[in-house]
Design a protein around this ligand. Structure first.
Ligand code: UGA
Ligand code: MN
Length: 244
C-alpha cells in the first residue's frame, strides 16, 4: 500500500532546512506520496524546486490559514490545520487506498516507522518521543490491546495523542465522509479521531506493542527574520524609509 505522508509547512527562515532533512529521510521510503501543504497565499516556486530534488511522488499546494486564526495570540493559533484539511480533501478526491500519516516538517522519523504503518487496517497508534513534560506520549497496551494513554496533557481527551502518533487507512477514512480536523487548538487529533468513529478496541498498536519510539517531536529554535535596513550609499537614505 501507498503511504500518503502529509506535511504542513509554513514560510519562515527554518523552512527549507527542515524540508531538506525531511526529504532526505523520505527518499529512502518506497511507495510514498508526499503531500506538502504550505501555509502561504501563493505557491512558492523555490519551495517546489527544493522538493523536486528528492524525486519522490509529490503534490504541493498553498493552503493558507484563514486570517481570523492568524490574528490570534501565538498560543491560540491552530497550526497546520488549514494545511491538513486541504490535504484530506485532496486525498478523498485522488486516493483510492493506502495509508494516511501526518508528518510535520520538523519531526524526526526512524525508517522502521514506514514499514510499521504501511499495513494499517483502520487506525494504528504508537509512541512519540519528546512530547510534553513526560518526554513521551504513548498508548498503554494490555494483552495486545490499547486500553488507555500515557500523556502529559490528558485534558479530558478520549485520544490524548500527538499528530505524529497515529496512521489511518484511507479506505477506512472514506467510510466517514464527514471526518474532519477542527480549528481547535490542542484538540485537533482527538476530534479528528473521534470523527472517524473508532473505539479503543479498533486501534492497532504498533512498534512492539508501543514499547519503541520511532518518531520524535523535535523542535527547531525559531528566530524571526530581521527587518533589514538597506541604505542608499549615495544619499544615505534608508530604502526602508522610502518604502514605508
Ligand atoms: C504540535 C503537534 O505536534 C502538531 O501536530 C500540532 O499541529 C501542533 O502542536 C498544534 O496543535 O499547534 P508543534 O511542534 O507545537 O506541534 O507545532 P509546529 O511544528 O510549529 O506546527 C505544526 C505543523 O504546522 C508544522 O508542520 C508546521 O510547519 C505547521 N505550521 C505551523 C503551519 O502550517 N503554520 C503555522 O503558522 C505554524
Ligand atoms: Mn513541531
Amino acid at each position: 500500500p501507498m503511504i500518503y505522508f502529509v506535511t504542513p509547512t509554513y514560510p519562515r527562515r527554518e523552512q527549507f532546512p527542515e524540508l531538506m532533512r525531511l526529504g532526505q529521510t523520505l527518499m529512502h521510503v518506497k511507495n510514498l506520496h508526499w503531500i506538502v501543504a504550505d501555509d502561504n497565499k501563493n505557491c512558492n516556486p523555490n519551495l517546489i524546486s527544493l522538493l523536486k530534488k528528492f524525486e519522490i511522488p509529490l503534490t504541493v499546494f498553498a493552503s493558507p490559514m484563514p486570517e481570523v486564526y492568524r490574528k490570534r495570540d501565538k498560543q491560540q493559533v491552530p497550526r497546520g490545520v488549514a494545511n491538513r484539511r486541504a490535504a484530506l480533501s485532496w486525498i478523498r478526491n485522488n486516493a483510492e487506498s493506502g495509508v494516511l500519516y501526518f508528518g510535520d516538517d520538523d519531526n524526526t522519523f526512524d525508517l522502521d516507522l514506514f514499514q510499521e504503518i504501511r499495513h494499517t487496517k483502520k487506525v494504528s497508534m504508537f509512541p512519540v518521543g519528546l512530547i510534553g513534560e513526560f518526554a513521551v506520549s504513548a498508548p498503554v497496551v494490555k494483552e495486545g490491546k490499547v486500553v488507555g494513554f500515557f500523556d502529559s496533557w490528558p485534558a479530558n481527551r478520549r485520544f490524548p495523542v500527538d499528530m505524529a502518533g497515529f496512521a489511518v487507512s484511507i479506505e477506512f477514512l472514506k467510510l466517514s465522509p464527514g471526518a474532519i480536523m477542527p480549528f481547535k487548538v490542542g484538540f485537533e487529533e482527538d476530534v479528528f479521531l473521534k470523527s472517524l468513529g473508532i473505539r479503543y478496541e479498533d486501534i492497532e498498536p504498533l512498534a512492539d506493542n508501543c514499547t519503541k519510539i520511532l518518531v520524535w517531536h523535535t523542535q527547531t529554535v525559531n528566530k524571526p527574520i530581521p527587518t533589514l535596513r538597506i541604505v542608499n550609499e549615495d544619499t544615505g537614505t534608508s530604502i526602508n524609509e522610502l518604502i514605508n
